[in-house]
Design a protein around this ligand. Structure first.
Ligand code: 13P
Ligand code: SF4
Length: 306
């Protein structure tokens, strides 16, 4: 069944001149059919440089929207357009404008996990792979409004001491569920293991880890470390690629219920249907896309830190 589905997807992908991009948290079979699998930053870079006419984006809405903004001449489809990110829903433009009015000299850094409208009101975008570097790159402001992730923002504030970081109070429900007690229990079971976590985790969880890394940063860490066992504090979909690319090493989730339900909405069937029907296009109004593009392009110029 999966074979024939894959065959149909492969045939249509060629006919439509489509590229399939997938986030590291996607289901294994979705990762396996993708042309490129990566973190938010890697996926944005791929979307910007692909020569394909059509992008099938297997991830959540803000990722597909970012691809549509930086590639206005390509068509971007989501296999399941209901795949949102609850953190991105925790902020809206009127409340952001209100906060900006209280800090007229501050620059706004928005985590890529935000809507196009929020990006349009921001000075520069960031992902978990470059948040510290992005804030450090801002030379003309001492105050930074960081939205919407309070945990990534407080991680950045702990690394950039010469700026005041004003935090929006958003968070990722999946990562907020990964607690220090889960790390302590995993370390008891695997005392030789290194611990890596995503910077969307709580500060007290990050404090117990050897490193806080984006999902692509985790893959680099896994490749380069001498450790044979690694405890991983992020969405559990991450384990599939870590294990596939490092067969000689063992990976254990810190918390096996750290699942992002939205990331799991994409299936092979939905990828096929999106290529067949071309109905689930992600569109951003031009006026918003033009303003949001500036924040994303500034980020892409700074590049990766991990
Ligand atoms: P990465 O950019 O590190 O892949 O993270 C995206 C995300 O949504 C994490 O929850
Ligand atoms: Fe959003 Fe969290 Fe899911 Fe990432 S894991 S897409 S931040 S809800």
């Amino acid at each position: 069944m999966a074979g024939s589905l894959a065959d149909k997807i492969n045939k249509l992908r060629k006919e439509r001149k489509a590229v399939i991009l997938a986030h590291n948290y996607q289901r294994p079979e979705v990762q396996d059919i993708a042309d490129y699998v990566g973190d938010s930053l890697g996926l944005s870079i791929q979307a910007a440089k692909t020569k394909a006419d059509v992008i099938v984006f297997c991830g959540v809405h803000f990722m597909a929207e970012t691809a549509a903004i930086i590639s206005p001449n390509k068509k971007v489809f989501m296999p399941d357009p209901n795949a949102g990110c609850p953190m991105a829903e925790m902020i809206d433009v009127p409340r952001l404008l209100n906060l900006k009015a209280g800090y007229p000299k501050a620059k706004v850094v928005c985590y890529v996990n935000s809507s196009a409208e929020i990006k349009a009101e921001s000075d520069i975008c960031c992902t978990s792979a470059n948040a510290v570097k992005i804030v450090q790159s801002i030379k003309d402001a001492d105050e930074i409004i960081f939205v919407p992730d309070k945990y990534l923002g407080s991680y950045v504030a702990s690394k950039v001491k010469d700026k005041k970081v004003i935090l929006w109070q958003g968070f990722c429900p999946t990562h907020a569920n990964i607690l220090p007690e889960h790390i302590l229990a995993a370390k008891k079971l695997h005392p030789q293991a290194k611990v890596i976590v995503h910077p969307e985790c709580r500060p007290e969880t990050i404090a117990l880890a050897d490193a806080a890394l984006s999902t692509e940063g985790m893959l680099k860490f896994a490749r380069e470390t001498g450790a044979k066992e690694i405890i991983v504090g992020t969405e559990t979909g991450m384990i599939y690629r870590l294990q596939k690319e490092n067969p000689g090493k063992s990976f254990y989730p810190v918390f096996d219920r750290a699942i992002c339900p939205n990331m799991k909405l994409t299936t092979l069937e939905k990828i096929l249907w999106s290529l067949e029907d071309l109905k689930t296009e992600v569109k951003v109004p031009k006026e918003i896309a033009d303003r949001a593009r500036s924040a994303i392009e500034k980020m892409l110029a700074v590049g990766r830190q991990d």
